[in-house]
Write a protein that binds this ligand. Structure first.
Ligand SMILES: [Zn+2]
Length: 543
């Protein structure tokens, strides 16, 4: 808040004998400065929504911003002043799609800083995405928020209730519909999650066993989130040509939101694989039409041409994993079923762009850092047989980076005013360590796909406003002091596909709720993140 009349030091300064001098001589507006803990001074300030920066100061007191504006008019004298000359000052980045479970579940205080994201300048992450639920596949959100309060966490965290975790808790991995009674149990778990502070319901209908759910089942659960003010966030059923196709899949998600009465948010929107590359204009047209008809539809996107997945999810037909891993391994033993599996895998491999488009990324395994075609020729077997051998050997060891997107689609989606930055960060893909600098270095500086202001807006205010995060995502007096200061000449991705786990450099200062998380380019060890609980619609939660 700007100083009010009663507290205005200027009023105090001109009373008394100095009054005449104050009028005659040029004096600073506030002869006696207000105090604040910190002033970030002289940087190029992008407040999150404006197109042009201003050069000036951001003053912070407690966990809030108290001033944003020109240096000459800044009434605040910080206990500490950090010079940001030549730096970009922006709201801390918000990442609406992360797989940060290992950090959230960790007991180690360094791990709980969540450095891969923190060093990029991220101050808020969303978790529970793709329908996965909370760390360990839990459906409970209160435990997550309690652990953030009690053990600390480096960044703010918002969380979804996860459709897959809920379905798994009641009917396991089977490919069947729930009974009426099971459906009621599932709805009750979603309702509980919403009342514990979930942003909404997330799904990953691409993944088994969530893929076994029909549209009506999803709508039924989504309604529990809708009545409590939640959003529907989805890794949609098909981003490619696997089952219903990306066009029908996009329509299905919009239909779920319409039928349940809630906003729809597409996670990591893309056109995946050779059959659908170039289809971004069609997807945009479908979403624009829904928006024009009054539906609230948005999306996030990661700035990489490769996705991250497992060989199993990427190549195996869904029927072959009905019942879980043991049932799958059993099917591999049956020659008739195996031959059918291989035929479908061959087609899925073609869809993904062939064996050279899959890079194995799990660390410390004989195939780490190699392409699937390379491994197959080394083992003197077909790529499909090589993939099967890897899947059989190790569940975790099959993680891949999958080069399957067209640059033209990535750029067109990035320019849409309803698309925001996300990482989808998980181990084995540089997006976990370098998404935000990647978007800045490649799509702002090198390719001029978007402007610096658009990069910042799509990484801060747009996301905070879409998800109605309370006083986040803007540099404004009265807002929480989540602030990033980065060096435009040094802020670059250090991680790449072959070295996916290099921390980003170039963030000079990072504030999370007013506390210095990064100071002089180094993490301070301070874990000042908070659980950002969504407040359910009044009267929809008892007790
Ligand atoms: Zn996903």
């Amino acid at each position: 808040m700007p100083p009010s009349g009663a507290l205005n030091p200027y009023t105090l300064a001109i009373s008394g004998s100095l009054a005449a001098a104050a009028i005659l001589m040029p004096q600073p507006l506030y002869a006696q400065a207000l105090r604040s803990e910190l002033v970030i001074s002289g940087g190029s300030i992008y407040d999150g929504s404006s197109l042009q920066p201003i050069v000036g100061d951001v003053a912070i007191s407690g966990d809030k911003i108290v001033y944003v504006g020109g240096t000459a008019k800044n009434p605040y004298k910080g206990k500490r002043v950090i010079s940001a000359k030549g730096m970009i000052v922006a709201p801390g980045f918000i990442d609406p799609h992360t797989h940060a479970d290992e950090f959230l579940a960790s007991k180690d205080s360094r791990s709980r800083l969540n450095l891969p994201w923190m060093m990029q300048g991220v101050t808020t992450i969303f978790t529970g995405v793709d329908g996965h639920g909370q760390p360990g596949g839990k459906t409970d959100l209160s435990g997550l928020f309690k652990s953030i309060e009690q053990q600390g966490f480096g960044l703010n965290v918002a969380a979804y209730a996860g459709f897959g975790a809920v379905r798994h808790a009641i009917i396991g991995d089977s490919a069947r519909a729930p009974t009426e009674q099971e459906l009621a149990q599932m709805r009750a778990i979603v309702a509980k999650g919403m009342c514990e502070g979930a942003l909404g319901l997330s799904t990953g209908l691409f993944y088994a066993p969530q893929s076994f759910a029909k549209t009506g089942e999803v709508i039924s659960l989504a309604r529990e989130a809708a009545v409590r003010g939640g959003v529907y966030d989805t890794h949609q059923r098909d981003e490619s040509s696997y089952t219903i196709g990306v066009v029908n899949s996009t329509k299905e998600a919009i239909e779920i939101g319409r039928a349940a009465g809630m906003p729809v948010h597409f996670a990591h929107l893309k056109a995946l694989g050779v059959d659908v590359q170039g289809m971004a204009p069609e997807l945009i047209a479908i979403i624009e039409a829904a928006r024009a008809s009054g539906a609230d539809v948005t999306a996030d996107q990661y700035p990489w041409e490769a996705s991250g997945s497992g060989l199993d999810a990427a190549l195996l037909p869904r029927w072959s994993v009905d019942g879980g891993r043991q049932a799958m391994l059993k099917r591999f033993e049956d020659p008739a079923q195996l031959s059918k599996i291989k035929t479908e895998m061959q087609d899925n491999l073609r869809r993904r762009g062939g064996a050279h488009s899959l890079l194995l990324t799990a660390p410390r395994l004989p195939w780490s850092g190699k392409r699937l075609d390379e491994i197959a020729s080394q083992w003197k077997i077909t790529p499909v047989d090589a993939a099967l051998r890897i899947i059989k050997t190790s569940e975790q060891g099959s993680s891949v980076v999958s080069f399957n997107m067209a640059e033209s689609d990535i750029k067109l989606l990035m320019r849409q005013p309803w698309v925001m930055t996300s990482s989808d960060g998980s181990r084995g893909h540089p997006r976990m360590f370098a998404t935000f600098p990647q978007k800045y270095a490649k799509y702002v500086l090198k390719e001029h796909t978007i402007s610096l202001a658009e990069f910042i807006n799509s990484s801060t205010a747009r996301t905070a406003d879409t998800f109605k995060l309370d006083r986040r995502g803007h540099l404004k007096a009265g807002y929480f002091a989540d602030v990033v200061v980065f060096d435009p000449a040094r802020y670059r991705p250090k991680a790449d596909y072959l070295h996916p786990e290099e921390l980003t450099q170039g963030v000079q200062t990072l504030l999370v709720n007013g506390a210095l998380a990064i100071d002089g380019g180094k993490a301070t060890g301070v874990a000042a993140g908070r659980g950002l609980k969504h407040v359910p619609t009044a009267g929809t939660c008892s007790g």
